[in-house]
Design a protein around this ligand. Structure first.
Ligand code: F0G
Length: 397
């Protein structure tokens, strides 16, 4: 269907065939062609009005306004009058001289998403996804995960009192993440296979059982994850950095960042679009390979890396992420496990700390400086996606 006249405040559109669906349609993919969906908002506000609201709510309670996600509600999910919020977000932008020295940059800032309630950026998408599930009256929610998504889903679903099902690979999920899913009460299935197998299974199961799917295929998750970018832009006084560097696995976050930047520019919140750099682990780098070939082929690999969170060989949000890279004049690269662990050691040693997958952003920033792609005086924000306690096994080996 297509909303020709009288557009609602929010609707969904298929990025493949252009078919449109109402905001309340629970189907995670296009009903017509199976393509990926994107949320669109009718823009009822001027940039000045939006900025005033975002500024007024910053640092203020009660819960929903205090959230670093719902502070931006006009551009996330304007119709939600009640939300399932911890609250989340409000993560710091950090500077450490040791990391400037290590990367060769003079202005490196770290956006530390490990400061979220369950220890990763996933909480930003999950507060929106679970709010949507709750509004739709979902009888259960489900996801496949390398660990962080399942921890986050379990926490938010239990807050909303919706039963949760999570599928994780039997091998390679960090113990702490598994413990979180169990502690928050999710029905947790260990699958003999990798993340890509888990995702196939959970998509099948959700269709057959009518369970609401909360992987980042779900476009509402991305609306929440956009606020990583909105919040960092707000922290910088809406003066955008030159680059935003992030780890990339299933590519939901890369897609969300691209959408956030496109919209922030279209709404007049920023005058210029920063470039995105998506960094994969070399053993799980199908997107980097596609980028090197000008995105003519979508690759799949059997993934292997110490960074268990991004051990993904067939990223679901490939198409949406290609668009994000193209629209931001972005780059995609891979760093090997040794580089990733060296970056983690430096991030840990300056008292910040992060999980191995998160260190890909800082390792990637250094590689891009060495290649001359990023100039040393350019302003760079590297996103740390998960907390140091999330996947500590590598430190103990
Ligand atoms: N960093 C961390 C710590 C993650 O947990 C993930 C993804 C990523 C980066 C990559 O983000 O998939 O949007 O490109 N973790 C998912 C999970 C797959 O199940 O927790 P992406």
């Amino acid at each position: 269907m297509r909303f020709e006249t009288d557009r609602p405040a929010t609707w969904q559109v298929c990025l493949t065939c252009g078919n449109e669906a109402p905001e309340s349609d629970p189907q995670p993919r296009c009903r017509q062609c199976g393509g990926m969906l994107e949320i669109r908002h009718r823009s009822d506000f001027t940039a000045a009005e939006l900025l005033q609201r975002f500024t007024e709510r910053r640092g203020k309670g009660p819960a929903a306004s205090a959230s670093g996600v719902w502070r931006f509600r006009e551009v996330v999910l304007p119709s939600a009058s009640e939300v399932i919020s911890h609250p989340e977000g409000n993560t710091p932008l950090l500077h450490r001289a040791a990391l400037d020295r290590w990367t060769g940059l003079t202005h490196l800032l770290l956006k530390h998403e490990g400061h979220n309630p369950t220890g990763s950026f996933k909480d930003r998408g999950m507060t929106v996804g679970v709010t949507q599930a709750w509004r739709l009256g979902a009888r259960a929610v489900a996801c496949a995960s390398t660990g962080n998504t399942s921890a986050s889903l379990a926490a938010y679903a239990s807050q909303a009192e919706i039963p949760a099902l999570v599928l994780v690979p039997a091998e390679g999920v960090a113990l702490g993440k598994l413990a979180q899913a169990l502690a928050y009460g999710a029905k947790t299935l260990l699958v003999r296979g990798d993340f890509d197998d888990c995702l196939r299974l959970v998509e099948e199961a959700s269709t057959r059982l009518g369970v609401y799917l909360l992987n980042s295929i779900n476009p509402y998750r991305l609306e929440g994850q956009k606020t990583i970018v909105l919040e960092l832009l707000q922290q910088l006084g809406w003066d955008p950095p030159d680059w935003i560097v992030l780890p990339a696995g299933n590519l939901g976050n890369t897609a969300a960042f691209g959408k956030a930047l496109r919209e922030a520019h279209a709404w007049g919140l920023i005058a210029r679009i920063p470039r995105l750099a998506a960094v994969q682990a070399a053993g799980a780098a199908p997107f980097a390979r596609s980028y090197e070939e000008g995105f003519v082929t979508r690759h799949k690999v059997k993934a292997q890396t110490v960074a268990t969170a991004i051990r993904i060989g067939d990223p679901a949000s490939y198409d949406r992420a290609v668009r994000a890279i193209q629209e931001t004049d972005g780059v995609v690269l891979a760093v090997n496990d040794a580089e990733l662990l060296e970056a983690k050691a430096v991030i840990d040693a300056c008292g910040v700390g992060c999980e191995p997958a998160s260190a890909a952003s800082v390792a990637g920033a250094r590689t891009l400086v060495r290649r001359g792609k990023i100039k040393s005086d350019e302003h760079v924000v590297a996103v740390l996606t998960g907390h140091v306690l999330k996947d500590p096994g590598i430190l103990l080996q």
